[in-house]
Design a protein around this ligand. Structure first.
Ligand code: 2HA
Ligand code: ZN
Length: 325
């Protein structure tokens, strides 16, 4: 509300001398950043051309990456993020894309994503630097008509490649695009401390992880009613782990990589960040419980979950509501 008021006020102020200004209000934890410029999006053949860095999806991407860094999930170059652009976003920035370079093999085939554009983090780039120098740390890539190759169309201005987990990101995108009729656009991988810790003490089983995470915070079954999948330790960055993860993404929006981290899929930046945040928060509670005692004195029971499902109108698969010995 305050932001809207400030924006209106500034808009009046800056349009007084007939110059058009675009005003961006970026709120961070401690301050409000005010950025103005006097460049109106150019209109060519009915399409607005935006500066790539000023477009809403790039701003949302950068904010999400920085939020993840501030949570402590992205030590060094840990983690990666990708976003599948909407057709209108591609058209809005197309005149500002680089001339097409060479096609590079992805390493997996994703024909369901032929011709799509993605904003992705760069391999070896640090999340903490994204907000400072997005054009160095990020890339927009385009996929070819076979879904076997990509080329870089923007970013990585000091060189480099897209994330080492590009095969997993793209295979997950392909699965989710199909299953959600194109709704899911964001895939996020983070090195979530507490979830990783749990993979050393809980059996690496979807049913056990889902049930233990659901039990640790009441909101969990409402936020991820389908549960979570778990992949045992595998070499990251390749085709095998991509295939295994994408298989689990057919059933879940959350996949945990043992001793490594988590992958989440969602419609937009808020929902995807919120999903990963909720899983990790629940894992933190469980780590605290297990640090105090191996035995809970009381917990949320299978019947409690059934009541919750009814009131919150979610369906919770019975496979996760087993009686414990
Ligand atoms: O370094 O997180 O899984 C990026 C990664 C690899
Ligand atoms: Zn990782």
């Amino acid at each position: 509300m305050t932001c809207g008021f400030v924006r209106d006020f500034l808009n009046k102020l800056f349009t007084n001398n007939k110059k058009q200004y675009i005003i961006h209000l970026q709120t961070t934890r401690n301050n409000i950043l005010l950025k103005t410029n006097n460049i109106k999006p150019q209109k060519a053949e009915g399409i607005y051309i935006m500066k790539i860095l000023e477009s809403k999806f790039v701003q949302g991407f950068i904010k999400m990456a920085n939020d993840g860094y501030l949570q402590g999930w992205h030590e060094r170059n840990g983690g990666n993020l990708s976003y599948r652009l909407k057709p209108e976003e591609v058209e809005m920035i197309r005149p500002r894309l680089n001339a097409p370079g060479e096609w590079i093999p992805i390493g997996v085939e994703v024909p369901g994503l032929a011709g799509e554009f993605f904003l992705v983090t760069g391999s070896g780039k640090y999340f903490r630097n994204i907000i400072v120098d997005p054009e160095v740390c990020l890339a927009i890539i385009e996929l070819d008509e076979t879904g076997m190759n990509y080329r870089i169309r923007w970013g990585l201005v000091e060189g480099g490649r897209p994330t080492s987990e590009l095969p997993t990101h793209l295979m997950n995108h392909e699965v989710k695009k199909k299953l959600t009729n194109g709704k899911h656009r964001v895939i996020y991988h983070a090195h979530t401390t507490n979830t990783i810790a749990l993979t050393f003490v809980l059996p690496l089983d979807d049913k056990i992880f889902t049930r233990e995470l659901w039990e640790s915070a009441t909101e969990c079954p409402v936020v991820f009613p389908d549960g979570v999948g778990v992949v045992g330790w595998m070499v990251p960055g390749g085709r095998e782990i991509a295939i295994r993860t994408a298989e689990l993404m057919k059933k879940y929006d959350v996949v945990i990589w043992a001793h490594h981290g988590m992958f989440c899929s969602g419609e937009d930046f808020d929902l995807t960040f919120g999903l990963l945040h909720t899983v990790e928060k629940s894992a933190e509670i469980l780590v605290k419980i297990l640090s105090m005692t191996p035995n809970k004195l009381q917990t949320i029971t299978p019947d409690n979950f059934r009541s919750l499902a009814k009131d919150f109108k979610v369906s919770l698969p019975e496979e996760f509501l087993y009686e414990k010995q």
